[in-house]
Design a protein around this ligand. Structure first.
Ligand code: 6PG
Length: 485
Protein backbone atom coordinates (compact mmCIF):
# COMPACT_ATOMS: atom_id res chain seq x y z
CA UNK A 1 0.00 0.00 0.00
CA UNK A 2 1.18 3.49 -0.83
CA UNK A 3 0.28 6.79 0.78
CA UNK A 4 -1.70 9.23 -1.35
CA UNK A 5 1.00 11.89 -1.05
CA UNK A 6 3.57 9.75 -2.80
CA UNK A 7 2.02 8.86 -6.06
CA UNK A 8 -1.02 8.90 -8.28
CA UNK A 9 -2.86 5.90 -9.62
CA UNK A 10 -2.87 4.87 -13.29
CA UNK A 11 -6.36 3.44 -12.94
CA UNK A 12 -9.21 3.54 -10.46
CA UNK A 13 -11.95 1.06 -9.64
CA UNK A 14 -15.32 2.13 -8.24
CA UNK A 15 -17.51 -0.59 -6.73
CA UNK A 16 -15.64 -3.21 -4.75
CA UNK A 17 -17.93 -6.21 -4.72
CA UNK A 18 -16.18 -9.37 -5.90
CA UNK A 19 -15.87 -8.40 -9.59
CA UNK A 20 -14.59 -4.89 -8.80
CA UNK A 21 -12.15 -6.09 -6.11
CA UNK A 22 -10.79 -8.80 -8.34
CA UNK A 23 -10.33 -6.41 -11.22
CA UNK A 24 -8.51 -3.96 -8.91
CA UNK A 25 -6.27 -6.79 -7.67
CA UNK A 26 -5.60 -7.84 -11.25
CA UNK A 27 -4.43 -4.29 -12.15
CA UNK A 28 -2.30 -4.15 -8.99
CA UNK A 29 -0.74 -7.53 -9.72
CA UNK A 30 0.44 -6.20 -13.11
CA UNK A 31 2.34 -3.41 -11.40
CA UNK A 32 -0.20 -0.59 -11.73
CA UNK A 33 -1.08 1.70 -8.87
CA UNK A 34 -4.83 1.33 -8.38
CA UNK A 35 -7.17 3.84 -6.77
CA UNK A 36 -10.14 2.15 -5.12
CA UNK A 37 -13.46 3.48 -3.88
CA UNK A 38 -16.70 1.95 -2.70
CA UNK A 39 -19.83 3.76 -1.52
CA UNK A 40 -19.72 1.92 1.80
CA UNK A 41 -16.11 2.23 3.00
CA UNK A 42 -16.14 -1.18 4.76
CA UNK A 43 -15.64 -2.92 1.43
CA UNK A 44 -12.65 -0.70 0.64
CA UNK A 45 -11.17 -1.42 4.06
CA UNK A 46 -11.72 -5.15 3.62
CA UNK A 47 -9.99 -5.12 0.23
CA UNK A 48 -6.99 -3.31 1.66
CA UNK A 49 -6.89 -5.49 4.78
CA UNK A 50 -7.10 -8.74 2.83
CA UNK A 51 -5.15 -7.89 -0.30
CA UNK A 52 -3.37 -4.58 0.26
CA UNK A 53 -0.02 -6.36 0.25
CA UNK A 54 -0.55 -7.64 -3.29
CA UNK A 55 0.32 -4.29 -4.89
CA UNK A 56 -0.08 -0.53 -4.76
CA UNK A 57 -3.60 0.53 -3.83
CA UNK A 58 -4.77 4.06 -3.08
CA UNK A 59 -7.99 3.75 -1.07
CA UNK A 60 -10.41 6.69 -0.79
CA UNK A 61 -13.58 7.22 1.16
CA UNK A 62 -15.04 10.00 -0.99
CA UNK A 63 -15.45 10.29 -4.75
CA UNK A 64 -13.52 13.57 -4.69
CA UNK A 65 -10.49 12.01 -2.96
CA UNK A 66 -10.70 9.05 -5.31
CA UNK A 67 -10.67 11.30 -8.39
CA UNK A 68 -7.85 13.38 -6.91
CA UNK A 69 -5.75 10.22 -6.51
CA UNK A 70 -5.81 9.48 -10.27
CA UNK A 71 -3.15 10.37 -12.81
CA UNK A 72 -4.36 12.49 -15.80
CA UNK A 73 -6.16 11.79 -18.02
CA UNK A 74 -7.99 10.09 -15.18
CA UNK A 75 -9.31 6.63 -15.85
CA UNK A 76 -11.92 5.07 -13.58
CA UNK A 77 -13.70 1.75 -14.08
CA UNK A 78 -17.14 1.43 -12.56
CA UNK A 79 -18.10 -2.06 -11.41
CA UNK A 80 -21.54 -1.55 -9.93
CA UNK A 81 -24.91 -3.22 -10.48
CA UNK A 82 -26.23 -2.15 -13.91
CA UNK A 83 -29.11 0.33 -13.79
CA UNK A 84 -29.85 3.52 -11.86
CA UNK A 85 -26.82 3.12 -9.58
CA UNK A 86 -24.59 3.39 -12.63
CA UNK A 87 -25.99 6.78 -13.66
CA UNK A 88 -25.54 8.15 -10.15
CA UNK A 89 -21.89 7.03 -9.98
CA UNK A 90 -21.12 8.29 -13.50
CA UNK A 91 -22.48 11.73 -12.66
CA UNK A 92 -20.58 11.92 -9.36
CA UNK A 93 -17.37 11.01 -11.13
CA UNK A 94 -18.02 13.37 -14.04
CA UNK A 95 -18.61 16.23 -11.57
CA UNK A 96 -15.27 15.63 -9.89
CA UNK A 97 -13.36 15.01 -13.13
CA UNK A 98 -11.96 17.33 -15.81
CA UNK A 99 -12.05 17.51 -19.60
CA UNK A 100 -10.66 14.43 -21.32
CA UNK A 101 -10.94 12.14 -18.28
CA UNK A 102 -12.27 8.65 -18.97
CA UNK A 103 -15.10 6.82 -17.23
CA UNK A 104 -15.36 3.13 -18.03
CA UNK A 105 -18.50 1.14 -17.23
CA UNK A 106 -17.41 -2.48 -16.84
CA UNK A 107 -20.82 -3.85 -15.84
CA UNK A 108 -23.41 -5.59 -18.01
CA UNK A 109 -25.17 -2.36 -19.02
CA UNK A 110 -27.86 -2.26 -21.68
CA UNK A 111 -26.12 -0.92 -24.79
CA UNK A 112 -28.79 1.72 -25.39
CA UNK A 113 -28.03 3.14 -21.92
CA UNK A 114 -24.36 3.16 -22.90
CA UNK A 115 -25.15 5.09 -26.10
CA UNK A 116 -27.07 7.64 -24.04
CA UNK A 117 -24.37 7.90 -21.38
CA UNK A 118 -21.61 8.27 -23.93
CA UNK A 119 -23.47 11.15 -25.55
CA UNK A 120 -24.13 12.83 -22.18
CA UNK A 121 -20.49 12.51 -21.18
CA UNK A 122 -19.24 13.71 -24.59
CA UNK A 123 -21.36 16.84 -24.12
CA UNK A 124 -19.52 17.39 -20.82
CA UNK A 125 -16.10 16.73 -22.45
CA UNK A 126 -15.70 13.46 -20.59
CA UNK A 127 -14.93 10.20 -22.35
CA UNK A 128 -17.27 7.33 -21.65
CA UNK A 129 -16.36 3.75 -22.45
CA UNK A 130 -18.90 0.95 -22.09
CA UNK A 131 -16.79 -2.17 -21.73
CA UNK A 132 -18.13 -5.70 -21.64
CA UNK A 133 -16.01 -7.78 -19.27
CA UNK A 134 -16.40 -11.52 -19.31
CA UNK A 135 -14.90 -14.30 -17.27
CA UNK A 136 -16.73 -14.14 -13.99
CA UNK A 137 -14.96 -13.57 -10.68
CA UNK A 138 -12.00 -15.75 -11.54
CA UNK A 139 -11.54 -14.10 -14.93
CA UNK A 140 -11.62 -10.61 -13.40
CA UNK A 141 -8.74 -11.63 -11.14
CA UNK A 142 -6.57 -13.62 -13.50
CA UNK A 143 -7.44 -12.38 -17.00
CA UNK A 144 -10.84 -11.61 -18.48
CA UNK A 145 -11.91 -11.03 -22.06
CA UNK A 146 -12.66 -7.32 -22.42
CA UNK A 147 -14.89 -5.67 -25.03
CA UNK A 148 -14.51 -1.88 -24.80
CA UNK A 149 -16.61 0.46 -26.91
CA UNK A 150 -16.53 4.26 -26.77
CA UNK A 151 -14.32 6.82 -28.49
CA UNK A 152 -11.27 5.57 -30.35
CA UNK A 153 -9.07 8.15 -28.53
CA UNK A 154 -9.96 6.57 -25.20
CA UNK A 155 -8.80 3.22 -26.53
CA UNK A 156 -5.41 4.73 -27.29
CA UNK A 157 -4.98 5.67 -23.64
CA UNK A 158 -6.77 2.70 -22.14
CA UNK A 159 -5.64 -0.04 -24.52
CA UNK A 160 -2.25 -0.79 -22.90
CA UNK A 161 -3.80 -0.86 -19.41
CA UNK A 162 -6.56 -3.26 -20.47
CA UNK A 163 -4.13 -5.38 -22.47
CA UNK A 164 -2.03 -5.79 -19.35
CA UNK A 165 -4.86 -7.44 -17.38
CA UNK A 166 -6.66 -9.40 -20.11
CA UNK A 167 -6.34 -13.11 -20.79
CA UNK A 168 -3.74 -13.91 -23.44
CA UNK A 169 -4.10 -16.59 -26.14
CA UNK A 170 -1.19 -17.38 -28.47
CA UNK A 171 0.45 -14.11 -27.44
CA UNK A 172 -2.66 -12.03 -28.23
CA UNK A 173 -4.45 -10.23 -25.38
CA UNK A 174 -8.20 -10.89 -25.30
CA UNK A 175 -9.19 -7.24 -25.66
CA UNK A 176 -9.68 -4.90 -28.58
CA UNK A 177 -11.57 -1.72 -29.35
CA UNK A 178 -14.96 -2.97 -30.55
CA UNK A 179 -16.41 0.25 -31.94
CA UNK A 180 -17.96 3.57 -30.90
CA UNK A 181 -20.46 4.28 -28.10
CA UNK A 182 -22.53 1.17 -27.26
CA UNK A 183 -20.65 -1.34 -29.44
CA UNK A 184 -18.79 -2.95 -26.53
CA UNK A 185 -21.87 -3.56 -24.43
CA UNK A 186 -23.81 -4.73 -27.48
CA UNK A 187 -21.30 -7.47 -28.27
CA UNK A 188 -21.08 -8.42 -24.58
CA UNK A 189 -24.87 -8.76 -24.59
CA UNK A 190 -24.71 -11.11 -27.59
CA UNK A 191 -21.79 -12.96 -25.98
CA UNK A 192 -24.12 -13.65 -23.06
CA UNK A 193 -26.92 -14.71 -25.43
CA UNK A 194 -24.54 -17.22 -27.01
CA UNK A 195 -23.53 -18.26 -23.49
CA UNK A 196 -27.19 -19.04 -22.71
CA UNK A 197 -27.51 -21.18 -25.87
CA UNK A 198 -24.20 -22.95 -25.22
CA UNK A 199 -25.23 -23.74 -21.64
CA UNK A 200 -28.62 -24.98 -22.76
CA UNK A 201 -27.27 -27.34 -25.46
CA UNK A 202 -24.93 -28.85 -22.87
CA UNK A 203 -27.97 -29.22 -20.60
CA UNK A 204 -29.93 -30.91 -23.38
CA UNK A 205 -27.07 -33.36 -24.00
CA UNK A 206 -27.00 -34.12 -20.26
CA UNK A 207 -30.76 -34.66 -20.22
CA UNK A 208 -30.58 -37.18 -23.08
CA UNK A 209 -27.70 -39.10 -21.54
CA UNK A 210 -29.23 -39.08 -18.08
CA UNK A 211 -32.90 -39.71 -18.75
CA UNK A 212 -32.59 -41.26 -22.21
CA UNK A 213 -29.63 -43.59 -21.80
CA UNK A 214 -30.07 -43.78 -18.01
CA UNK A 215 -26.50 -42.74 -17.18
CA UNK A 216 -25.42 -41.50 -13.75
CA UNK A 217 -24.03 -37.95 -13.30
CA UNK A 218 -20.49 -39.17 -12.55
CA UNK A 219 -20.51 -41.28 -15.70
CA UNK A 220 -21.73 -38.29 -17.74
CA UNK A 221 -18.98 -36.20 -16.14
CA UNK A 222 -16.47 -38.64 -17.63
CA UNK A 223 -18.14 -38.36 -21.04
CA UNK A 224 -18.00 -34.56 -20.92
CA UNK A 225 -14.37 -34.63 -19.78
CA UNK A 226 -13.65 -36.79 -22.82
CA UNK A 227 -15.58 -34.43 -25.12
CA UNK A 228 -13.49 -31.63 -23.73
CA UNK A 229 -10.46 -33.13 -25.45
CA UNK A 230 -11.95 -32.73 -28.95
CA UNK A 231 -14.00 -30.28 -31.05
CA UNK A 232 -16.12 -29.36 -28.03
CA UNK A 233 -13.12 -28.31 -25.92
CA UNK A 234 -14.50 -25.35 -23.97
CA UNK A 235 -14.76 -23.80 -20.53
CA UNK A 236 -18.47 -24.58 -20.29
CA UNK A 237 -18.03 -28.31 -21.05
CA UNK A 238 -15.14 -28.43 -18.57
CA UNK A 239 -17.10 -26.88 -15.70
CA UNK A 240 -20.18 -28.99 -16.48
CA UNK A 241 -18.09 -32.12 -15.89
CA UNK A 242 -17.08 -30.65 -12.52
CA UNK A 243 -20.66 -29.81 -11.58
CA UNK A 244 -21.74 -33.35 -12.50
CA UNK A 245 -18.99 -34.86 -10.37
CA UNK A 246 -19.92 -32.87 -7.28
CA UNK A 247 -21.57 -34.82 -4.47
CA UNK A 248 -23.85 -33.04 -1.99
CA UNK A 249 -22.26 -33.28 1.47
CA UNK A 250 -25.62 -33.27 3.23
CA UNK A 251 -27.45 -36.02 1.34
CA UNK A 252 -24.61 -37.88 -0.36
CA UNK A 253 -26.48 -37.48 -3.65
CA UNK A 254 -25.07 -35.98 -6.83
CA UNK A 255 -25.35 -32.21 -6.34
CA UNK A 256 -27.17 -31.86 -9.66
CA UNK A 257 -30.00 -33.95 -8.21
CA UNK A 258 -30.56 -31.64 -5.27
CA UNK A 259 -30.32 -28.33 -7.13
CA UNK A 260 -33.80 -26.98 -7.95
CA UNK A 261 -34.22 -27.24 -11.73
CA UNK A 262 -35.35 -23.62 -12.17
CA UNK A 263 -32.76 -21.56 -14.06
CA UNK A 264 -32.33 -17.90 -13.20
CA UNK A 265 -31.42 -15.04 -15.49
CA UNK A 266 -30.37 -11.47 -14.94
CA UNK A 267 -31.39 -10.11 -18.32
CA UNK A 268 -28.60 -10.13 -20.89
CA UNK A 269 -29.92 -13.23 -22.70
CA UNK A 270 -33.40 -11.73 -22.82
CA UNK A 271 -31.98 -8.42 -24.14
CA UNK A 272 -30.16 -10.34 -26.88
CA UNK A 273 -33.41 -11.86 -28.06
CA UNK A 274 -35.42 -8.63 -27.78
CA UNK A 275 -32.80 -6.86 -29.83
CA UNK A 276 -32.70 -9.71 -32.36
CA UNK A 277 -36.46 -9.35 -32.77
CA UNK A 278 -36.07 -5.63 -33.45
CA UNK A 279 -33.23 -6.23 -35.89
CA UNK A 280 -35.13 -9.06 -37.57
CA UNK A 281 -32.35 -11.58 -36.95
CA UNK A 282 -33.52 -15.13 -36.21
CA UNK A 283 -31.46 -16.02 -33.14
CA UNK A 284 -33.65 -19.05 -32.55
CA UNK A 285 -31.13 -21.01 -30.48
CA UNK A 286 -30.60 -18.12 -28.06
CA UNK A 287 -34.35 -17.49 -27.98
CA UNK A 288 -35.11 -21.11 -27.10
CA UNK A 289 -32.43 -21.05 -24.42
CA UNK A 290 -33.98 -17.96 -22.81
CA UNK A 291 -37.46 -19.51 -22.99
CA UNK A 292 -36.14 -22.80 -21.60
CA UNK A 293 -34.94 -20.90 -18.50
CA UNK A 294 -38.31 -19.16 -18.22
CA UNK A 295 -40.21 -22.44 -18.56
CA UNK A 296 -37.99 -24.14 -15.99
CA UNK A 297 -38.82 -21.35 -13.55
CA UNK A 298 -42.60 -21.58 -14.13
CA UNK A 299 -42.79 -23.87 -11.13
CA UNK A 300 -46.53 -23.63 -10.43
CA UNK A 301 -47.46 -24.35 -14.01
CA UNK A 302 -44.97 -27.22 -14.18
CA UNK A 303 -46.32 -28.70 -10.95
CA UNK A 304 -49.85 -28.49 -12.33
CA UNK A 305 -48.84 -30.17 -15.62
CA UNK A 306 -46.58 -32.85 -14.15
CA UNK A 307 -48.00 -36.29 -14.91
CA UNK A 308 -51.19 -34.74 -16.33
CA UNK A 309 -50.46 -34.23 -20.01
CA UNK A 310 -50.80 -37.23 -22.35
CA UNK A 311 -47.42 -38.40 -23.61
CA UNK A 312 -48.47 -40.48 -26.61
CA UNK A 313 -46.58 -43.68 -27.31
CA UNK A 314 -43.05 -43.08 -26.09
CA UNK A 315 -40.08 -45.32 -26.74
CA UNK A 316 -37.56 -46.53 -24.21
CA UNK A 317 -33.84 -46.28 -24.83
CA UNK A 318 -33.79 -50.02 -25.63
CA UNK A 319 -36.49 -49.48 -28.29
CA UNK A 320 -34.11 -47.15 -30.14
CA UNK A 321 -31.96 -50.19 -30.87
CA UNK A 322 -28.50 -48.65 -30.54
CA UNK A 323 -25.63 -48.99 -28.15
CA UNK A 324 -24.94 -46.47 -25.42
CA UNK A 325 -21.66 -45.60 -27.15
CA UNK A 326 -23.40 -44.86 -30.45
CA UNK A 327 -25.98 -42.73 -28.65
CA UNK A 328 -23.31 -40.77 -26.78
CA UNK A 329 -21.47 -40.05 -30.02
CA UNK A 330 -24.68 -38.97 -31.81
CA UNK A 331 -25.51 -36.63 -28.93
CA UNK A 332 -22.00 -35.16 -29.05
CA UNK A 333 -22.35 -34.42 -32.73
CA UNK A 334 -25.85 -32.96 -32.31
CA UNK A 335 -24.48 -30.69 -29.57
CA UNK A 336 -21.67 -29.56 -31.86
CA UNK A 337 -24.10 -28.79 -34.70
CA UNK A 338 -26.53 -26.88 -32.47
CA UNK A 339 -23.68 -24.92 -30.92
CA UNK A 340 -22.46 -24.00 -34.38
CA UNK A 341 -25.92 -22.66 -35.24
CA UNK A 342 -26.08 -20.64 -32.01
CA UNK A 343 -22.71 -18.98 -32.68
CA UNK A 344 -23.61 -18.38 -36.29
CA UNK A 345 -26.85 -16.68 -35.25
CA UNK A 346 -25.03 -14.64 -32.60
CA UNK A 347 -22.50 -13.39 -35.14
CA UNK A 348 -25.41 -12.54 -37.48
CA UNK A 349 -26.92 -10.40 -34.75
CA UNK A 350 -23.60 -8.65 -34.13
CA UNK A 351 -23.27 -7.92 -37.83
CA UNK A 352 -26.85 -6.58 -37.98
CA UNK A 353 -26.33 -4.44 -34.86
CA UNK A 354 -23.07 -3.12 -36.22
CA UNK A 355 -24.71 -2.22 -39.55
CA UNK A 356 -27.68 -0.60 -37.82
CA UNK A 357 -25.49 1.61 -35.63
CA UNK A 358 -22.61 2.01 -38.05
CA UNK A 359 -20.10 0.58 -35.58
CA UNK A 360 -17.83 -1.29 -37.98
CA UNK A 361 -17.45 -4.28 -35.61
CA UNK A 362 -14.98 -6.79 -36.98
CA UNK A 363 -16.30 -10.32 -36.30
CA UNK A 364 -12.80 -11.74 -36.70
CA UNK A 365 -11.44 -9.54 -33.92
CA UNK A 366 -14.31 -10.55 -31.73
CA UNK A 367 -13.80 -14.27 -32.26
CA UNK A 368 -10.12 -13.65 -31.47
CA UNK A 369 -10.77 -12.00 -28.11
CA UNK A 370 -13.36 -14.62 -27.14
CA UNK A 371 -10.79 -17.40 -27.40
CA UNK A 372 -9.65 -16.77 -23.83
CA UNK A 373 -10.89 -15.28 -20.57
CA UNK A 374 -14.59 -15.27 -21.32
CA UNK A 375 -17.30 -17.74 -20.39
CA UNK A 376 -17.80 -18.96 -23.97
CA UNK A 377 -14.07 -19.50 -24.57
CA UNK A 378 -13.64 -22.58 -26.71
CA UNK A 379 -11.24 -24.18 -29.14
CA UNK A 380 -13.96 -23.83 -31.72
CA UNK A 381 -13.40 -20.03 -31.77
CA UNK A 382 -10.08 -20.55 -33.54
CA UNK A 383 -12.09 -22.00 -36.42
CA UNK A 384 -14.35 -18.96 -36.40
CA UNK A 385 -11.31 -16.69 -36.61
CA UNK A 386 -10.09 -18.71 -39.60
CA UNK A 387 -13.52 -18.57 -41.20
CA UNK A 388 -13.46 -14.75 -41.13
CA UNK A 389 -9.82 -14.74 -42.21
CA UNK A 390 -10.84 -16.62 -45.34
CA UNK A 391 -13.89 -14.47 -46.04
CA UNK A 392 -14.60 -11.34 -44.03
CA UNK A 393 -18.05 -11.06 -45.69
CA UNK A 394 -19.27 -14.58 -44.93
CA UNK A 395 -23.08 -14.56 -45.30
CA UNK A 396 -23.32 -17.17 -42.53
CA UNK A 397 -20.70 -19.04 -40.51
CA UNK A 398 -22.46 -22.23 -41.61
CA UNK A 399 -21.26 -21.51 -45.16
CA UNK A 400 -17.59 -21.36 -44.25
CA UNK A 401 -15.91 -24.29 -46.04
CA UNK A 402 -14.55 -25.79 -42.81
CA UNK A 403 -17.86 -25.66 -40.95
CA UNK A 404 -19.73 -26.73 -44.08
CA UNK A 405 -17.48 -29.78 -44.21
CA UNK A 406 -18.14 -30.50 -40.53
CA UNK A 407 -21.89 -30.22 -41.11
CA UNK A 408 -21.72 -33.04 -43.66
CA UNK A 409 -20.72 -35.33 -40.78
CA UNK A 410 -22.99 -33.74 -38.20
CA UNK A 411 -26.28 -33.60 -40.03
CA UNK A 412 -27.30 -37.27 -39.86
CA UNK A 413 -26.57 -37.77 -36.15
CA UNK A 414 -28.23 -34.40 -35.47
CA UNK A 415 -31.43 -35.51 -37.20
CA UNK A 416 -31.30 -38.82 -35.34
CA UNK A 417 -30.88 -37.14 -31.96
CA UNK A 418 -33.81 -34.80 -32.56
CA UNK A 419 -35.86 -37.87 -33.48
CA UNK A 420 -34.66 -39.80 -30.43
CA UNK A 421 -35.50 -36.88 -28.15
CA UNK A 422 -39.02 -36.75 -29.60
CA UNK A 423 -39.49 -40.51 -29.29
CA UNK A 424 -38.18 -40.55 -25.73
CA UNK A 425 -40.36 -37.56 -24.82
CA UNK A 426 -37.34 -35.55 -23.68
CA UNK A 427 -37.32 -31.84 -24.47
CA UNK A 428 -34.36 -30.63 -26.52
CA UNK A 429 -35.55 -27.18 -27.64
CA UNK A 430 -32.23 -25.82 -28.89
CA UNK A 431 -31.19 -29.04 -30.66
CA UNK A 432 -34.61 -29.13 -32.33
CA UNK A 433 -35.07 -25.49 -33.22
CA UNK A 434 -31.50 -25.23 -34.52
CA UNK A 435 -32.18 -28.09 -36.90
CA UNK A 436 -35.38 -26.36 -38.05
CA UNK A 437 -33.36 -23.17 -38.61
CA UNK A 438 -30.78 -25.12 -40.59
CA UNK A 439 -33.43 -26.78 -42.74
CA UNK A 440 -35.14 -23.42 -43.28
CA UNK A 441 -31.91 -21.74 -44.30
CA UNK A 442 -31.09 -24.37 -46.91
CA UNK A 443 -34.71 -24.82 -48.16
CA UNK A 444 -35.60 -24.40 -51.81
CA UNK A 445 -39.00 -22.96 -50.88
CA UNK A 446 -40.39 -21.83 -47.52
CA UNK A 447 -44.05 -21.69 -46.46
CA UNK A 448 -43.64 -17.91 -46.36
CA UNK A 449 -45.39 -17.91 -49.75
CA UNK A 450 -48.50 -19.20 -47.96
CA UNK A 451 -48.14 -16.54 -45.28
CA UNK A 452 -47.92 -13.86 -47.96
CA UNK A 453 -51.02 -15.29 -49.66
CA UNK A 454 -52.91 -15.26 -46.35
CA UNK A 455 -51.82 -11.69 -45.59
CA UNK A 456 -52.93 -10.58 -49.02
CA UNK A 457 -56.25 -12.42 -48.62
CA UNK A 458 -57.34 -10.90 -45.32
CA UNK A 459 -55.58 -7.58 -45.38
CA UNK A 460 -54.57 -6.74 -48.96
CA UNK A 461 -50.98 -6.69 -47.73
CA UNK A 462 -49.71 -7.48 -51.27
CA UNK A 463 -46.97 -9.85 -52.38
CA UNK A 464 -44.07 -10.02 -54.79
CA UNK A 465 -43.71 -12.64 -57.53
CA UNK A 466 -40.74 -14.81 -58.38
CA UNK A 467 -41.08 -14.26 -62.11
CA UNK A 468 -41.42 -10.49 -62.48
CA UNK A 469 -40.74 -7.20 -60.72
CA UNK A 470 -43.50 -5.31 -58.94
CA UNK A 471 -45.96 -5.61 -56.08
CA UNK A 472 -49.23 -7.47 -56.55
CA UNK A 473 -52.62 -8.07 -54.98
CA UNK A 474 -55.26 -10.62 -55.86
CA UNK A 475 -58.85 -9.35 -55.75
CA UNK A 476 -59.88 -12.10 -53.33
CA UNK A 477 -63.38 -10.83 -52.66
CA UNK A 478 -63.90 -9.87 -56.32
CA UNK A 479 -63.17 -11.85 -59.43
CA UNK A 480 -59.81 -13.08 -58.04
CA UNK A 481 -57.83 -11.53 -60.84
CA UNK A 482 -54.44 -10.09 -59.96
CA UNK A 483 -53.62 -6.42 -60.07
CA UNK A 484 -50.27 -4.67 -59.83
CA UNK A 485 -50.26 -2.07 -57.07
C1 6PG B 1 -19.55 -13.35 -18.11
C2 6PG B 1 -20.94 -13.73 -17.69
C3 6PG B 1 -21.47 -12.81 -16.65
C4 6PG B 1 -22.75 -13.33 -16.01
C5 6PG B 1 -23.96 -13.04 -16.86
C6 6PG B 1 -24.98 -14.11 -16.97
O1 6PG B 1 -19.40 -13.15 -19.30
O2 6PG B 1 -18.69 -13.29 -17.27
O3 6PG B 1 -21.78 -13.70 -18.81
O4 6PG B 1 -21.58 -11.55 -17.22
O5 6PG B 1 -22.61 -14.65 -15.66
O6 6PG B 1 -24.52 -11.88 -16.32
O7 6PG B 1 -25.81 -14.11 -15.88
P1 6PG B 1 -27.26 -14.74 -15.86
O8 6PG B 1 -27.12 -16.19 -16.27
O9 6PG B 1 -27.64 -14.60 -14.43
O10 6PG B 1 -28.15 -13.96 -16.77
Amino acid sequence: MTSQNEQLAQIGVVGLAVMGSNLARNFASRGHTVAVYNRSPEKTRTLIADHGSEGDFLPSETVEDFVASLERPRKAIIMVQAGKATDAVINQLADAMDDGDIIIDGGNALFTDTIRREKEMRERNRHFVGAGISGGEEGALTGPSIMPGGPKESWETLGPLLESIAAVVDGTPCVTHIGPDGAGHFVKMVHNGIEYADMQVIGEAYQLLRFGAGMEPAEIADVFAEWNKGDLDSYLIEITAEVLRQVDAETGKPLVDVILDAAGQKGTGRWTVKEALDLGVPTTGIGEAVFARALSSSLDQRAAAKGKLPTGALKTFEDLGLSKEEFIEDVRLALYASKLVAYSQGFDEIQAGSDEHDWGVDPRDLATIWRGGCIIRAKFLNRIVEAYDNDSDLPSLLLDPYFNGELKDLIDPWRKVVLYATQLGLPAPVFTSSLAYYDSLRAERLPAAIVQGQRDFFGAHTYKRIDKEGTFHTLWSGDRSEIEV
